[in-house]
Design a binder for this molecule. Structure first.
Ligand SMILES: Nc1ncnc2c1ncn2[C@@H]1O[C@H](COP(=O)(O)OP(=O)(O)OP(=O)(O)O)[C@@H](O)[C@H]1O
Ligand SMILES: [Mg+2]
Length: 159
């Protein structure tokens, strides 16, 4: 599916002009990195692909869909978005539920969801990686708990 951006301008409500005349064409299967300095407008541009932001001027086409005519929920069936900070994106108790969340909201059956989760886990592959991640999180949790204890003690001493 093609992505076609034509003369895209975007100004934030406060008046900051973040994008000024971006035109970009991405072919099916093409991998594109959008690179630029902090504040250049990368996130602002990418948020136009799934309708989180709408053009002030110009046009964004996902296949034959003009993003101004489709909801974010509908566009999600064509555009996946991974947030910069995973804490803002992940909210399920386990990996399977998290992976199934998107397709479940698109109305797929539980058999299809199971197949998708299995396919996703195999593709990553996630299972061998889970143990180290869990161990690392436990370490962070433990460290934070120690810091909290230290801060409380310091506050008590200071008082
Ligand atoms: N919600 C907002 N309201 C007003 N201005 C914003 C908002 N979000 C971003 N901006 C401004 O728009 C410009 C582009 O920001 P953007 O976040 O798109 O840049 P970026 O290239 O993704 O930066 P980074 O590398 O830091 O992620 C910056 O000047 C930024 O301060
Ligand atoms: Mg950014």
């Amino acid at each position: 599916m093609n992505i076609e951006i034509t003369d895209l301008h975007f100004t934030y409500p406060g008046g900051l002009e973040a994008l000024r005349g971006i035109s970009l064409s991405i072919e099916p299967g093409e991998q594109v990195a959008i690179v630029g300095q902090n504040g250049a407008g990368k996130t602002t541009l990418v948020k136009h692909l799934n309708g989180l932001l709408r053009p002030t001027h110009g046009q964004v086409l996902i296949g034959d869909w003009d993003t101004t005519k489709y909801s974010v929920a509908k566009l999600a069936s064509r555009v996946g978005y991974v947030f910069q900070n995973p804490d803002e994106q992940l909210f399920s108790k386990n990996v399977g539920t998290e992976v199934a969340f998107g397709p479940k909201n698109l109305g797929f059956s539980s058999e299809q969801l199971q197949a998708f989760v299995k396919e996703a886990k195999t593709a990553v592959p996630l299972d061998p990686a889970v143990k180290p991640i869990v161990a690392a999180l436990a370490q962070v949790h433990e460290r934070n708990a120690k810091w909290k204890l230290l801060i409380n003690e310091t506050v008590e001493i200071a008082e």
